[in-house]
Design a protein around this ligand. Sequence first.
Ligand SMILES: *Cc1c(COP(=O)(O)O)cnc(C)c1O
Length: 233
Amino acid sequence: MYAEDIQKNVTLIKRNIDEACRVSGRSTREVTLMGVTKTVDVDAIREIISCGIKDIGESKIQDATRKHSHISQEVNWHLIGHLQTNKVKHAVQIFDYIHSVDSVKLARVISLRAEEIGKTIKIFVEVNVSGEETRYGFSHEDVAPAIEEMLLMNNIQVVGLMTMAPFTDDPECARPYFKQLRELKESINAKNSVDKELSELSMGMSNDYPVAIEEGATVVRVGTALFEASSEI
Ligand SMILES: *Cc1c(COP(=O)(O)O)cnc(C)c1O
């Protein structure tokens, strides 16, 4: 029963992704559907993997470590929650991607800890596009110089920018923030003194991923819409 709900949800979400790509003239190959599994356990994770999802997002190190040890399939593990420097040592062991890099210091610690275990971690630099005080992330002005420093670190690869739009019921309200993140990425790539382009935009959640895709998202982080019983199909 539950497995069936998940399968239906995956089908519906993939259809919505296809549609958002179609209306914005993008290829579906440019968009990765990350399953955010912070509220579910390993059975549900196995189910979305069997539906073809290869990217798993978790927000807490301890939960993720336990779940990771039970999943044998080759998938990409993404940390999407806030990361404290004293937990980086554990984070680099299981995660391939860290989406919540919000300081140069954190990036430096990730690079050092990754070096100790011979890994390179792909990172997204988190931007607080809405400027809300309760949110993590760099301000618009600070992000470009921070990235210049991060690009010189050995064991991280800066792949792109990440943001969380303010929560609203109307996904159209999130559009300007997604657009801003895309424009920020373009301006950083245009000015960048090091020859490494940011290619990724991690933006869009259950309530607004189609809009995020229309505005250029390459990774959408979807939790609730995957795991909630749905009556939409
Ligand atoms: C929980 C979470 C998501 C997924 O949110 P849903 O609304 O359940 O899809 C995405 N990104 C981050 C950073 C989250 O913490």
